[in-house]
Design a protein around this ligand. Structure first.
Ligand code: GLN
Ligand code: ZN
Length: 762
């Protein structure tokens, strides 16, 4: 009989009811102590290992659990915390760990961490996921020791529960690659020599403790790597092999391409590859990976929530199994990026639900695949087959009207009627704004009263009419305050929006929402992405009534406020039965209708937010062009409904655009607002050098802090901006929306902002 094993690279840790979040937040508030938090962690691990074992996995995965983040766990494991998190940062290892994640306040003055305490490590996105990791800081003095006992303790914990263990580690090269150099010019790779002996010692310890396999993740093998980094793999893994541990080298998120031969050559016992995103490489890997090395195929999508087409998977796996005699089957990557279980999704439409597989259901898929490939009875295969067939032909997925509209789309649908200069003249004549016009990014404080009204409405405790009049009152309040502050272009304040994607998804065809489909974003923070399952269409106007109400209350222009197609796509679980580009186009057409309706209702300025545009960039540079082409086109199609005299704004929550400035310019938004205050306007330089043609609102204060910026500080930033961008093209606005702020600081900051703009006009 052929040998098949199933395993996972990692499992969600937040818990079916976000128990980890509850436990963490209680601990941080000081309501519970370390013992309670540790107990909550142990209970979650035990439960998740039991799920794995219950699904027939011979080895449970240990080391994927973290109280905050797996990179932070490795920093603690290797004792390479930056000096500011030394023993003073907290009495216990756990306190120091949370200090890295959240900053530590100096006991003396209770000020903001960062000013008086130790500021937290930076956080950034884990490859192209929505998960954020804590970025290790490296310098010439960084030292590594086997400092953390947590991993070994968790191994013992799993073994005590009767499990056989595969430990999981982030590989040494990925760990160094993902860190940041404390001083410019420092080469992180130079630390490898110091790091490897610690890895080797750890691998030996794990082996001595009876750990049968160690999964070592090196997802950077799917990136464009400098030659020195590629070379380093050979020597590093040759050294790690001396530990005698059986290493399963894990790659995911991206094809290996030029690193395929390297990955297959490394002296490890097994190689895991992403069988979803790099399915086309499976045959080559199978040929290149010499026996008796084990091939682990990530055949179940770890990045999405759809059921696997098991027949297709079997067809793909069978020849590999024939050739090798042994295969391991797994999800493509850690299941951290999908929700835990469908079990409690009782409110979900049953037909759509039958098409889905969350982490727990993916474990079952592995079991079914294994049985089917071994020729055993696999009753679930028929169920899966029926679900795949129902999804493929469901009228709820495929709309003829949407398809016809896409087919009939004119070539110039993504172009405004006239070039920017002509539009600018028309818009200026229409809007009659002063120089340095002031505005905000859209949201005003989401007060407790607003949230309570929305919650009551959702519960059914507040009738629609009352909810609407409450929101209309909030909008009136926001408009009145903006007029009093003296802003030039007003917003309605987004009181009625729970979330900038969910709000639209709930009103568009093609989306469903889960009740418990939480995915960890960082620490205790989770997001519940909408599920985009079908052709997208807009039934009726989604924002016009709110915007028109706001506009009726003021003689000043009120900006309409929309979320762009790329951001809606990027922040949802997206269907996998058609290219993302087509789904983006469908969303763009729906949002285009909203632009047209806002315009028809007399709204002269419409903002289309695209904060997620940059994060959609593929991991491999060679594929950026293709992505940017369809992503920017989707934006332009949305904006394309605007007449010349309608001013289109866009907003992005960052300004690191140097490598994609031509494409940002190609969006052809009349105005772009970006986040620049924390870089002291430095991020604007690229726009200046590129001679960015349209108008720009570089953020003049940081909305992440309640601190009120002074008029002088804002004036200084504006003068800096005016050195780089022609003054006639400059807008004055905060970095981002104000929904997380309170009214008091918001009002004070905006009053100063308006005063600074007036000084520049004078
Ligand atoms: N209009 C949104 C707001 O102000 C934009 C948020 C965002 O860019 N993430 O809240
Ligand atoms: Zn923003």
């Amino acid at each position: 009989m052929k040998t098949l094993h199933t395993h996972v690279l990692g499992f969600p840790r937040i818990g079916a009811r976000r128990e980890l979040k509850t436990a963490l937040e209680a601990f941080w508030r000081g309501d519970t102590g370390e013992a309670e938090l540790e107990a909550a962690g142990a209970a979650l691990r035990a439960r998740h290992w039991a799920l794995q074992a219950g699904a027939g996995l011979e080895l449970v995965t240990v080391g994927d659990f973290a109280f905050y983040d797996q990179m932070a766990n490795h920093i603690a494991l290797f004792g390479c915390e930056p000096a500011r998190f030394g023993p003073d940062a907290g009495a216990t290892p756990l306190a120091r760990y949370f200090a890295m994640a959240r900053g530590a306040q100096a006991a003396c003055c209770g000020g903001h961490a960062g000013e008086h305490g130790s500021h937290a490590l930076d956080m950034t996105k884990w490859f192209d996921t929505n998960y954020h990791y804590l970025v290790p800081e490296f310098g010439p003095d960084t030292a590594f020791t086997l400092a953390g006992e947590r991993l070994l303790a968790e191994v013992a914990e799993a073994q005590a529960l009767g499990h056989r263990v595969k430990a999981s580690l982030i590989g040494p090269l990925t760990f160094l690659w993902l860190g940041t150099a404390r001083e410019a010019g420092f080469d992180r790779l130079s630390l490898l020599e110091k790091l490897l002996p610690v890895y080797t010692a750890l691998l030996m310890r794990l082996k001595a403790e009876g750990v049968e396999w160690v999964q070592v993740d090196e997802p950077i093998l799917g990136l464009d790597l400098p030659q020195e980094w590629r070379n380093a793999f050979e020597i590093a893994y040759w050294l790690l092999a001396q530990s005698g541990a059986r290493i399963m080298l894990a790659t995911y998120f991206s094809p290996l391409e030029e690193n395929l031969g390297l990955a297959c050559r490394l002296p490890v016992a097994g190689l895991h590859v992403d069988g979803v995103r790099a399915a086309h490489e499976l045959t080559s890997v199978c040929d290149w990976l010499a026996l008796p090395k084990v091939l682990s195929v990530g055949i179940v999508d770890g990045r999405n929530i759809w059921r696997t087409d098991l027949d297709a998977a079997i067809a793909r796996l069978a020849p590999l199994l024939d050739k090798r005699g042994e295969l391991w089957l797994a999800p493509s990557c850690s299941l951290l990026h999908v929700p835990l279980s469908l079990a409690d999704e009782d409110a979900l439409d049953p037909e759509v639900r039958s098409w889905l597989a969350f982490a727990t259901e993916k474990l079952d898929e592995l079991a079914t695949l294994k049985a089917a490939l071994q020729g055993a009875h696999a009753p679930q295969l028929a169920v899966a087959r029926a679900a795949i067939a129902s999804r493929a032909r469901s009228a709820r997925v495929h709309s003829d009207a949407v398809a016809a509209r896409v087919r009939a789309l004119p070539d110039d649908a993504d172009r405004r009627a006239s070039p920017f200069a002509a539009r600018q003249a028309l818009q200026r004549a229409r809007l009659r704004l002063p120089a340095y016009p002031t505005t905000t990014i859209g949201s005003f404080p989401q007060t407790a009263a607003i949230r309570a009204a929305r919650a009551a409405f959702r519960r059914g405790a507040l009738p629609l009419a009352q909810y609407q009049s409450a929101m209309r009152a909030e909008i009136a309040h926001a408009v009145a305050r903006q007029e009093a502050i003296g802003l030039d272009v007003l917003v309605h304040g987004e009181a009625e929006r729970n979330d900038m994607v969910e709000y639209f998804g709930e009103q568009l065809d093609g989306f469903v929402f889960t009740r418990h489909g939480w995915v960890q974003s960082y620490g205790s923070r989770c997001v519940k992405p909408p599920v985009l399952y079908g052709d997208v269409a807009r039934g009726r106007a989604m924002t016009v009534a709110w915007s028109a109400h706001a506009q009726s209350l003021s003689a000043r222009p009120v900006k309409g406020m929309l979320t762009g197609p790329v951001t809606i796509l990027q922040w949802s679980f997206v269907r996998d039965d058609q290219p993302r580009a087509l789904t983006a186009l469908q969303i763009a057409l729906a949002m285009r209708d909203e632009v047209a309706d806002l315009q028809a209702a007399g709204i002269g300025i419409i903002q289309i937010d695209e904060p997620a545009l940059r994060e959609g960039l593929p991991l491999r540079r060679a594929r950026w062009g293709e992505y940017l082409a369809w992503a920017t086109r989707a934006f332009r199609i949305t904006a394309g409904a605007a007449q010349d005299a309608t001013q289109i704004h866009t907003h992005m929550c960052y300004a690191e655009f140097n490598d994609i400035l031509p494409q940002i310019a190609a969006l052809d938004a009349d105005v772009i607002t970006i986040e620049t205050s924390r870089s002291d306007m430095a991020l604007l330089d690229g726009f200046g050098e590129y001679r960015y043609p349209n108008e720009i609102g570089p953020g003049v204060y940081d909305i992440h802090s309640p601190a009120v910026p002074s008029t002088d500080a804002i004036e200084r930033l504006l003068r800096k901006a005016a050195q780089v961008i022609p003054a006639a093209n400059l807008w004055v606005n905060p970095d981002c929306g104000l929904k997380t702020r309170g009214w008091a600081e918001t009002e004070a900051a905006l009053v100063n902002m308006v005063a600074a703009a007036r000084r520049l006009r004078a």
